[in-house]
Design a protein around this ligand. Sequence first.
Ligand SMILES: Cc1cc2nc3c(=O)[nH]c(=O)nc-3n(C[C@H](O)[C@H](O)[C@H](O)COP(=O)(O)OP(=O)(O)OC[C@H]3O[C@@H](n4cnc5c(N)ncnc54)[C@H](O)[C@@H]3O)c2cc1C
Length: 332
Amino acid sequence: MADAFPVSVVGAGIAGTWTALLLAEAGLSVDLYERGDDTLARATSHWAGGMLAPDCESDGAEPAVIRLGQRSITLWREHLAETPMAGSLVVSHPRDRADLARFTRQTSGHESVDAARIAELEPVLAGRFASGLFFPDEGHVEPRIVLPALRRQLQARGGRIHFGQDVEPATLGGTVVDCRGLGARAALPELRGVKGETVLVETREIALHRPVRLIHPRWPLYVIPRAEGRFLIGATSIESEDASGVSVRSALELMTAAYTLHPGFGEARIVEIGTALRPSFPDHAPRIEVDGARISVNGLYRHGFLLAPALAEIVTDYVVSGRRDNEVMRWS
Ligand SMILES: Cc1cc2nc3c(=O)[nH]c(=O)nc-3n(C[C@H](O)[C@H](O)[C@H](O)COP(=O)(O)OP(=O)(O)OC[C@H]3O[C@@H](n4cnc5c(N)ncnc54)[C@H](O)[C@@H]3O)c2cc1C
């Protein structure tokens, strides 16, 4: 095991939390600094869907996203054995058949499903869709449950967490990992925010076992089951950095998507309407940038939960043994 030399991690979103945890597991003395409180309500991670879907994301995502995503799923399961791995179901309305055919060609790791198989996977959707795709090797997590769970593991490994600390990484000594998301924009001029909007609803009339995606010409719309009869409906993807609110149009589109998935959503109670900005580089791929003892992990875009464990592992390997991953690491 490495000597317990000190490392500071700035930002306790999903990137910083996983990085701090794996550094602590490697035997380092870790301090995690977060400017917000433990609700993380200002972090993008607080608002995410939490899908771990490397195969569904293979339509258009960089190859690194698929590779790191598959590794991350293993790490999620090693650390949180209860991580649901029930796969993802993709369905489409007959009018969107051409889009389903395109999605089928552009993704891998799926099996085609007919109405009977859809009903077997999700009984509540029986008779509603004639065809779709099932991605069996995918999972999902609930951000507001797994972030505190990972923090407890970090503390059990001796890591220290400091909420309410607005920290400029350049002012810290020693090895520093900057996981500030969009808070690092001044240091990363190419970074931008991509707006995502969601609606959280509650109903006891519907039960889903896995995220269900609805093929949509503009956005990958999905409904993710949460604890206690809740469902997250997401998500728009808009080139805007205005995170001050959700437009009526977006809310209508999201709720209509859920209603067309199952009319029972029409009676659901709206719990929350949310929006956040995904930290993104122009190529939508994540980057680990190394500048001496300062390491930045950013650009997780719409894949933060999918990628954070594997990126944290790469950072830890580099800090502990100098090993490099040339696909995602860059040097200043
Ligand atoms: C609607 C939506 C749905 C999504 N769905 C999914 C999904 O299903 N699957 C998936 O994998 N990804 C999803 N994502 C993407 C994912 O949420 C992001 O990629 C991820 O949250 C980025 O994490 P991060 O840790 O880099 O940034 P953040 O979560 O923003 O964390 C950065 C933290 O740094 C803190 N910070 C900033 N500056 C300072 C400072 N100076 N000092 C101390 N702390 C500071 C911030 O307060 C914040 O807590 C979704 C995103 C959105 C918006």
